[in-house]
Design a protein around this ligand. Structure first.
Ligand code: UDP
Ligand code: MG
Length: 342
């Protein structure tokens, strides 16, 4: 956890060392108070929605955060006018800030950079397409005050096409089973985190889908509350059918990196040893039979299975050992190219 924290700080400082120092010292000099709430909004080509989203947020946060808030909009490589719209919003209200990625890195990358920048005690994430309702923010915050570390929205009445809702039910079921965290909805864009949670999360790939599971595994308290969900008004969904394949692969990665990262051999080795034992047993039995009854081994296809099991088993054990070596030496660090900041 400490390492993650340091890593995030590093990304932050590497990208804008002077600016960060300047902002902090300015804040101290003017006695300006840190924001209570940080809202992080990843967006890709959402120019039409942004002005209305900003107005709605201003309205809600005036009360919910006593005007002590920041909204960080992360433009994940938009090709439309999104960033110019963000600049206009920033001119009107300096609490709205923007980051523009030079290319599209994905929602997880955008969230990760947002998390490293957030200064508020409470961090809210939401989509930019007006499907998530800012009016739910006070409810999420109230739930955090009950002692939870992450409160995620549950799109109980969902306004999405059936091609999305049915696979999503399956996804939620599988994630619920594998993660041991019982939620109806793992992938709602609208979530509220306590600050220390976002500072300890490392999000990349398509892992934004597993934030509640990751948080749960780190020992934080996670819950969900039903939230209003609107149909998409402008533009179209940014995730195609590939979401399911990538999402599944990322689930595997998460299972590995969180559960077995320290001991890959425990995972591969268990299966490997099991295979070798069964293979050895089968072949031993066949050998004894051959010896006693003189049955020709060429008549026993089972012999092949025994040999295959031994070979695969040995390979799995070697893979586990390789994994151990990699786990000892590697420490990967994300470095996202940021083109602009306001
Ligand atoms: N998004 C993003 N980068 C991407 C894809 C999506 O920042 O590569 C943003 C998108 O602009 C929106 C949010 O992630 O604010 C959720 O995307 P979308 O509404 O397309 O997903 P859906 O609601 O269809 O699941
Ligand atoms: Mg959407």
């Amino acid at each position: 956890m400490e390492q993650n924290d340091k890593n995030n700080e590093e990304i932050k400082n590497k990208n804008q060392p002077h600016r960060n120092m300047r902002r902090n010292s300015q804040a101290n000099q003017q006695g300006k108070m840190m924001p209570i709430v940080s809202v992080i909004i990843p967006l890709l080509n959402e120019e039409e929605s942004l002005p209305e989203l900003a107005l709605q947020l201003e309205n809600v946060l005036k009360k919910a955060a006593h005007n002590r808030y920041e909204v960080i909009m992360i433009d994940d490589g938009s090709t439309d006018e999104s960033f110019n719209v963000i600049k206009q919003i920033n001119q009107r209200n300096r609490r709205f800030r923007g980051i523009r990625f030079r290319r599209n890195y994905g929602k997880s990358a955008a969230l990760s950079v947002g998390f490293s920048m957030a200064q508020g005690m409470v961090v809210i994430t939401m989509d930019a397409d007006l499907q998530d309702d800012p009016n739910e923010i006070p409810k999420l915050m109230a739930k955090l005050r009950e002692g939870y570390d992450l409160v995620t929205g549950w799109k109980k009445k969902r306004h999405d096409p059936i091609s999305k809702t049915i696979p999503s039910k399956f996804f939620n079921f599988v994630t619920s089973m594998t993660s041991g965290l019982k939620l109806h909805d793992f992938n709602c864009g609208l979530k509220a985190f306590k600050r220390n949670v976002v500072k300890s999360l490392q999000v990349y790939g398509e892992m934004h889908r597993y934030l509640p599971a990751l948080t749960h595994w780190q020992g934080f308290k996670v819950t969900e509350i039903p939230v209003t969900h609107h149909p998409r008004r402008y533009g179209k969904s940014k995730f195609g059918i590939s979401r399911f394949i990538k999402g599944f692969l990322d689930l595997l990665t998460i299972l590995f990196t969180t559960r077995f990262v320290k001991r890959p051999l425990h995972f591969f080795g268990t299966f490997g040893a099991l295979f070798v034992l069964i293979g050895f047993g089968v072949d031993l039995w066949l050998t004894i039979e051959w010896f006693m009854k003189k049955t020709a081994l060429s008549n026993r296809p089972l012999a092949l299975l025994g040999v295959a099991l031994i070979i695969v088993g040995v390979q799995l054990i070697s893979m586990g050992l390789l994994g151990e070596m990699i786990a000892k030496n590697s420490y990967e660090k994300a470095n996202y190219q940021i083109a602009e900041r306001i």
